[in-house]
Ligand binder design. Structure first.
Ligand SMILES: Nc1nc2c(c(=O)[nH]1)N=C([C@H](O)[C@H](O)COP(=O)(O)OP(=O)(O)OP(=O)(O)O)CN2
Ligand SMILES: [Zn+2]
Length: 122
């Protein structure tokens, strides 16, 4: 069974490795959406794969460290592309949520990155 919980945060960023002529080289902001997918068996007693409250508790401190920050100033996010944010989130919450199977980071409704723990695609 797969379950997904969505979160959102507001943040500023600039992409330091794109050409100066690229509009994302300038500081700007996004309303990010994060989707955390977990996969595992349904506990026969609780009926849960994982309690959504436990996902919220595990991700809360990570979310707080992103919300209303300039992502370039967050340690490990000096190049804050959607891809790098997805990987960064995965690395921080996988230990607490072993059933984590995918992290999606949406910069806009139309553009997102997804990471499923496959080292070859990181
Ligand atoms: N592969 C990636 N490409 C780009 C990323 C990224 O993280 N991974 N990021 C950006 C920029 O952050 C840019 O701000 C994205 O903006 P855009 O998708 O163009 O969204 P806008 O809302 O600014 O654009 P509209 O077309 O006006 O909706 C670029 N590329
Ligand atoms: Zn951007």
């Amino acid at each position: 069974m797969k379950i997904t919980q969505a979160f959102s945060f507001e943040a500023a960023h600039r992409l330091p490795h794109v050409p100066a002529t690229h509009r994302c080289h300038r500081m700007h902001g996004h309303s990010y959406r994060v989707e955390l997918q977990l996969q595992g068996p349904v506990d026969p007693h609780s009926g849960f794969v994982v309690d959504f409250f436990d996902i919220e508790a595990a991700f809360g401190p990570v979310l707080k460290s992103l919300d209303h920050y300039c992502l370039n100033e967050v340690s490990g996010l000096e190049n804050p592309t959607a891809e790098n944010i997805a990987l960064w989130i995965w690395q921080r919450i996988k230990p607490a949520l072993p059933q984590l199977s995918q992290v999606k980071v949406f910069e806009t409704a139309d553009c997102w990155a997804e990471y499923d723990g496959d080292a070859a695609s990181a």
